[in-house]
Design a protein around this ligand. Structure first.
Ligand code: HEC
Ligand code: HEC
Length: 142
């Protein structure tokens, strides 16, 4: 339980970090790394990228290959840098949308200082809740 919470907070902290890092990434320091990153910070550490990808996988209940294309040379492997899978670009838009919601709108909601449930952050899971396409039944006002 404690472990689960710890993991949850690590992921939340990571999302916040990525949100601000991608804002800061408007003027990025040019890195020699050959990663094909168009929205995430170009200097993101290997560990942070790993955690974030695992988070997307869980938030949508999908495999890495849902977003990543197969390698042309070895179809048993994913080619993570490839943009051949259109879902990857949809995800980039989703990342930008989520960042914008947090940067522009979430801070306007105020909470009492002692409200420990106040997250004030939108994540993929806010909408997706473990589904690749958010379930309409979750969204409809009853
Ligand atoms: C919901 C879609 C999604 C899922 C699931 C996902 N990824 Fe990604 N991944 C992306 C996107 C989008 C990018 C590019 C981000 C950018 O352009 O800044 C990316 C980039 C990467 C990169 C960097 C590739 C490069 O350019 O060098 C690696 C490595 C990676 N993902 C690994 C994984 C692994 C491993 C998994 C499974 C645990 C995974 N991804 C699951 C969407 C996803
Ligand atoms: C405000 C709600 C919301 C947030 C936040 C959100 N999404 Fe989405 N996402 C949607 C909706 C709605 C769709 C379209 C579902 C459909 O077509 O039925 C969608 C579609 C997608 C798809 C395409 C699925 C498919 O099968 O075509 C991917 C991939 C995706 N989102 C990834 C993400 C990721 C990763 C994040 C976090 C960075 C995220 N989304 C954040 C609402 C959201």
């Amino acid at each position: 339980m404690l472990q689960t919470n710890k993991k949850k907070y690590t992921v939340i902290a990571l999302i916040i970090a990525v949100t601000f890092a991608s804002i800061a990434a408007i003027t990025p320091p040019t890195q020699p790394k050959e990663r094909n990153l168009k929205v995430l910070p170009k200097d993101i550490s290997h560990d942070s990228l790993d955690h974030l990808m695992d988070y997307y996988k869980v938030a949508l209940s999908v495999k890495c290959s849902f977003c990543h294309a197969k390698s042309v040379t070895n179809p048993k492997k994913n080619d993570f840098a490839s943009d051949a899978n259109p879902i990857k670009d949809i995800t980039r838009k989703m990342i930008l949308m989520t960042d914008e919601m947090n940067a522009k709108y979430m801070h306007i909601i105020t909470h009492p200082a002692n409200d420990s449930t106040a997250l004030q952050i939108v994540t993929c899971n806010t909408c997706h809740r473990g589904k690749a396409k958010p379930d309409v039944a979750d969204l409809v006002i009853k």
